[in-house]
Design a protein around this ligand. Structure first.
Ligand SMILES: Cc1cc2nc3c(=O)[nH]c(=O)nc-3n(C[C@H](O)[C@H](O)[C@H](O)COP(=O)(O)O)c2cc1C
Length: 286
């Protein structure tokens, strides 16, 4: 057996291993490949990731230097009949909530929106970090610039980034990338989650479970809007976060979570005739 015939298979094997290694390194993760729309605003914001990210930086304890007094608390109680009536009334109010994509330009008093955001700000939050910023936009020029950003990205989302299944799942809702309500609604509320806090001395503070906390606040916000007789459509425009953050001059620790156009429903508004799951399908009593 010659040296060449012994070395050739070995060289081929080594070459294959090196090429395989390089290919694996250069390949996007399966998760990223399946989600081509993932951008920097959707990166791993988990508590562990945040802690890893901040290892070299100066972080402070969430409640450092804060001695919190504990005070008596006596929430209002109701009779059984009252409880029954109130719980039913609230359910019926919330059951009338719909995502409305046709919003009237009729002005809405700012103080109502302020109260709605106050209500959202009563949400519980991880270690009471209150990791939310609600940016309220009524300036027509800024609303229009927001619309341009959203429509540009949404068109790419609908045409390229979304899979066929997603597009067909959305078909009954008749949504597309044209978002007239972004110009028309008297207010746009852009909800940002603060992935960490920045203190006056530039130290960082962990915002535990910030996404869950802000999502709960958004739920309260939707309920408060419904209670006030206003409408919105929960929207999560893909890939728009960084551009909208820059437009609205929000700091790096803030990531866009939701965009809510707010106003009265247009007189000729329509909604898809959707049914909600009945109680036995959503509740398990053990
Ligand atoms: C997290 C989330 C994201 C959503 N994103 C959008 C969106 O980008 N555009 C849109 O038109 N509706 C969006 N919706 C609204 C849903 O389509 C709507 O809630 C659903 O069809 C049920 O209708 P309803 O809200 O009237 O009960 C979103 C809802 C949620 C909860």
């Amino acid at each position: 057996m010659s040296v060449v015939s012994v070395l050739t298979p070995v060289l081929v094997l080594v070459l294959c291993l090196v090429m395989g290694f390089l290919a694996l390194r250069g390949r996007r993760s399966p998760a990223a490949a399946a989600k081509p729309w993932v951008d920097e605003d959707l990166r791993d914001d988990s508590e562990e990731a945040q802690l890893r990210e901040g290892e070299d930086e100066e972080w402070v304890d969430v409640n450092e230097e804060k001695e919190v007094a504990h005070v008596p608390y006596s929430p209002q109680r109701h009779s059984h009949e009252q409880m029954l009536q109130r719980s039913l009334d609230f359910y019926e109010l919330m059951n009338r909530r719909r995502s409305v994509r046709f919003i009237s330009p009729e002005p809405v008093p700012l103080v109502v929106v302020q109260n709605v955001i106050r209500a959202a700000g009563t949400a519980p939050s991880g270690a009471h970090t209150e990791p939310w910023t609600f940016v309220v936009v009524s300036d027509p020029d800024v609303k229009h610039r927001i619309r341009l950003i959203v429509e540009e990205e949404e068109e790419v989302n609908y045409r390229q980034r979304m899979g066929d299944k997603w597009v067909s799942d959305l078909a009954p809702l008749r949504t597309n990338w044209i978002k007239e309500y972004l110009d028309v609604a008297p207010y746009l509320i852009l909800v940002f989650k603060q992935t960490y806090g920045i203190l006056a001395d530039n130290k960082k503070r962990t915002h535990y479970y910030n996404e869950i906390s802000v999502s709960i606040a958004c739920g309260l916000l939707l309920a408060a809007l419904q209670n006030a007789g206003l409408v919105t459509v929960t929207s999560t425009p893909l890939n728009c976060g960084p551009k909208l953050r820059l437009l609205l001059e929000r700091p790096l620790n803030e990531k866009l979570l939701m965009l809510l156009p707010v106003g009265y429903a247009a007189e000729d508004a329509t909604v898809p005739d959707l049914q909600r799951k009945p109680l036995p399908d959503i509740m398990v009593h053990i």
